[in-house]
Design a protein around this ligand. Structure first.
Ligand SMILES: *Cc1c(COP(=O)(O)O)cnc(C)c1O
Length: 424
């Protein structure tokens, strides 16, 4: 008999239960998260988690894969249909893992890359201290236009011709407006560069046809996470065009380059999510963008400063608020206070912030995709903006607001746009 380590089991299960209860009572606006349907949860909690596969379906290095193979082949087909791509690879276990595979497959150490700087909303995996640097790439960053909140097209074209990179990378984590891919992909092609698009944040919007369409705008390869606007389990995905003989290099980099076994239970969850998006993705993505615009307008009406005014604030799931006028610690003050009121979101460095303000950045980053998935519409965004005003502008006791958030949230408990619950 063991000496009562069962205590720890109880603690872990208890914390999970508390977490789930808390999350179901709060308004989660973290732009990189979502909730999965019961069917996807079933897949992720299935016996597929106990299996090794390695390699491509029907050409595995492990025995016992006949059912796993069927699921993965359905998945490849559904992802190709969803993104109108020639190839889809469900194996990357995260967005960063997908980026690693592309960098290792298509570049050599010493090659040059142009990426979005983290201070302009780029992702760490594109940076010298992240996956791109670990591959030995010489990283240059896109010239950024703070006013337009986007890559500066003319200066970027000039930079591509000057640097002659091996790969250019579009996409980012602070991503209210589509990147100028149509304009810059042809320039990248002039110098023989690969064009990569990191759709981690906006994959669900692209799937629903509500953002840009990277593969039609000249992109060779899309990498992404499968759990942000794409409402699947944690994971990664790569969808790509047939860009010639280097396709094999990319495939070799995915396996055995940066992976041995992939996570088969998550793979199965991605497949069900792809089916959900083929069925409901357009309506979901439409509502996400409508809600983001409604949220931006409601926040402005409540007295907040929302970034991107000239361009209608947002065309994605994100709304970016500058709270530097409200408190000296800005986002470092606002985000924890909102958490006390049951509104969960992140503070965020804005492009014009000095890097040393990383703990007290000017911005808050809001994503409306999860609340959209549980059925919220434009009027509900107004309610949320009102809660935020009570906390941050009226300086009401956050505990009082939390009670109202609790009752408001009770009406939104099911992940819609799914086979389990249909449309809201
Ligand atoms: C979130 C994110 C990633 C990384 O995704 P993980 O799945 O967490 O590894 C990569 N790129 C961008 C732009 C992201 O926002």
């Amino acid at each position: 008999m063991s000496e009562g380590y069962g205590e720890y089991r109880n603690k872990v299960l208890g914390f999970i239960e508390e977490h789930e209860k808390w999350r179901s009572h709060t308004v989660n606006l973290i732009a990189s998260e979502n909730v999965t349907s019961p069917s996807v949860k079933r897949a992720v909690a299935s016996g597929f988690m106990h299996k090794y596969a390695e390699g491509w379906p029907r050409q595995r290095y492990y025995q016992g894969c006949k059912y796993v193979d069927e699921v993965e082949l359905i998945g490849v087909d559904l992802f190709c249909r969803l993104f109108k791509s020639d190839f889809a690879d469900l194996r990357p276990v995260s967005g960063t893992n997908a980026n690693q595979a592309v960098f290792f497959g298509l570049t050599q150490p010493g090659d040059k890359a142009i990426v979005l700087h983290t201070s302009h909303g780029g992702h760490i995996s594109h940076m010298p201290f992240g996956a791109a640097g670990m591959r030995g790439l010489e990283v240059h960053t896109w010239p950024f236009d703070n006013e337009a909140f986007n890559i500066d097209v003319d200066k970027a074209a000039q930079l591509i011709r000057e640097v002659e990179p091996k790969i250019v990378v579009f996409g980012g984590s602070l991503f209210p407006f589509p990147h100028p891919v149509k304009e810059l992909a042809p320039v990248a092609k002039e110098v023989g560069a690969y064009v990569m698009y990191d759709a981690a944040h906006v994959l669900g919007l692209i799937a629903g046809g509500q953002f840009q369409d990277p593969l039609r705008e000249g992109v060779d390869v899309i990498t992404a996470s499968t759990h942000k606007t794409f409402p699947g389990p944690q994971g990664g995905i790569i969808v790509y065009k047939n860009f010639g003989e280097d396709v094999a290099k990319l495939q070799w980099a995915i396996f055995p380059g940066v992976l041995s076994n992939h996570h088969l239970h998550h793979m199965a969850g991605k497949v069900i999510t792809a089916a959900e998006m083929l069925e409901y993705g357009e309506k979901y993505a439409e509502q996400v963008v409508k809600n983001a615009k409604a949220m931006a307008e409601a926040l402005v009406e409540e007295g907040f400063k929302v970034v991107g005014e000239d361009r209608g604030y947002t065309e994605s799931h994100q709304v970016i608020v500058d709270v530097s006028d409200l408190h000296p610690a800005a986002g470092g003050w606002a985000a924890p206070l909102l958490e006390e009121a049951g509104i969960i979101l992140n503070k965020n460095l804005l492009p014009w912030d000095p890097l040393e303000k990383v703990n007290e950045p000017s911005g808050l980053r809001i994503g409306v995709q999860e609340m959209t998935r549980v059925g919220m519409k434009e009027d509900d965004m107004k309610e949320i903006a009102g809660f935020m005003k009570r906390v941050l502008i009226d300086r009401e006791d956050p505990k009082k607001v939390e009670r109202d958030v609790f009752y408001f949230r009770q009406n939104f408990q099911r992940p819609y746009y799914s086979f389990d619950y249909g449309l809201p």
